[in-house]
Design a protein around this ligand. Structure first.
Ligand SMILES: [Zn+2]
Length: 353
């Protein structure tokens, strides 16, 4: 397969539009032109990985290799060595980072699944939703609706194929040179049409419009796409959800540590003897999400790392906080992305770094 196919698949799962504004994601070194036979998946590109790079076409990392603006590239620095090794081996480097954290089915959903949380939603929703409205003759209503659904439109929570349809009258006057599906040149037509409306996440708008136009019989299609101000998406940083039954905080913290392959948490603040049902989780750094966790009425927040003042703010407001380490909570990235690539591209050799 080609490098573009592999990256295209990752971007379909973890759309670039979900990146935080401050983030640096995507292709950072090399080119996506060319074949892809061997991929290295790692949390970071480490110096220890450099001897492996020969024969690796693509490195997929969680953390960007290039984050601060570059002022110099010098071979005696670790960054210089990494860049030189990548360029010399002709290896491309692609960083997933916050789109992977935020996407439905990404890091935070994995962590929430470790805890057995139900009814989860992001602590800080990300990704805009759009309303797509199209006017279609009744004969093609179903074909256009199905094309839209196949392209990812019409999903709300656990419901698919969501749409609203109203019948009305459309008017048009075909001008000289037109080849109308209905009516004739020079005569104003009044025809029955269906106003078909549905919802589309930002990253699917282009594909949905394309699919809609292909299924629509008209030469010129009347449609609207407009952004929605509310956020009912499923993407975003952190997750909050509910346990099916109350569990002592200390026991849940221990279970989570074991799921991460750790003996226990790195630190716990606040009461641990009480039973909790409302739980928030965030991989990596979670300080910014304390207000959202409090607003969501979480009793326990499990995270990678948080600054002293944020922990204090959380504990004083009644939240129990358990920290497991930044990399420790993001480590599931490696096995997860490697598994996705192996399933999607059986011929691809995937190395876990
Ligand atoms: Zn991180």
């Amino acid at each position: 397969m080609q490098r573009l196919e592999v990256v295209g698949y990752l971007e379909e799962r973890f759309p670039r539009v979900l990146a935080e504004e401050w983030d640096r994601t995507g292709l950072q070194v090399g080119t996506l032109q060319g074949p892809c036979r061997r991929v290295l998946v790692a949390l970071d590109l480490a110096l220890a990985h450099l001897p492996l790079l020969v024969g690796v076409d693509l490195v997929v990392v969680h953390h960007p290799l290039l984050f601060q603006p570059l002022e110099a590239v010098r071979p005696e620095t670790p960054l210089g060595q990494k860049l030189r090794a990548l360029l010399a081996a002709g290896t491309a480097l692609y960083a997933l980072h916050t789109p992977y954290d935020a996407a439905q089915g990404g890091l935070n959903d994995l962590l929430a699944a470790h805890l057995g949380l139900q009814g989860t939603r992001p602590l800080r929703p990300r990704g805009r939703l759009f309303k797509l409205v199209v006017y279609v003759p009744p004969s093609h209503e179903e074909a256009v609706a199905q094309a839209l659904f196949r392209a990812g439109a019409g999903k709300i929570g656990k419901y698919g194929h969501c749409s609203f349809r109203t019948r009305g009258t459309g008017t048009f006057l075909p001008e000289e040179g037109a080849q109308p599906f209905l009516g004739a040149v020079g005569r104003e037509e009044h025809v029955e049409e269906v106003r078909l409306e549905t919802i589309v996440p930002e990253e699917r708008v282009e594909g949905a419009v394309q699919a809609m136009l292909e299924a629509h019989p008209y030469e010129e299609v009347a449609y609207d796409v407009y952004p929605l101000a509310h956020r009912v998406g499923f993407h975003g940083l952190g997750r909050v959800g509910t346990l099916p039954a109350p569990v002592p905080a200390a026991a849940l913290v221990q279970t989570f540590a074991e799921r991460l392959g750790m003996e226990g948490p790195k630190a716990v603040f606040g009461p641990t003897e009480r039973a909790v049902t409302r739980v928030a989780v965030c991989g990596g750094s979670a300080g910014d999400l304390v207000p959202a966790a409090l607003q969501a009425q979480a009793e326990l927040l499990l995270a990678g790392e948080m600054g002293y003042h944020r922990v204090q703010e959380a504990v004083e407001a009644g939240l129990t906080v358990a920290l497991f380490g930044h990399a420790e909570t993001e480590r599931p990235f490696v096995g997860h992305v490697a598994q996705l690539l192996r399933e999607r591209f059986p011929g691809l050799e995937v190395i876990q770094g």
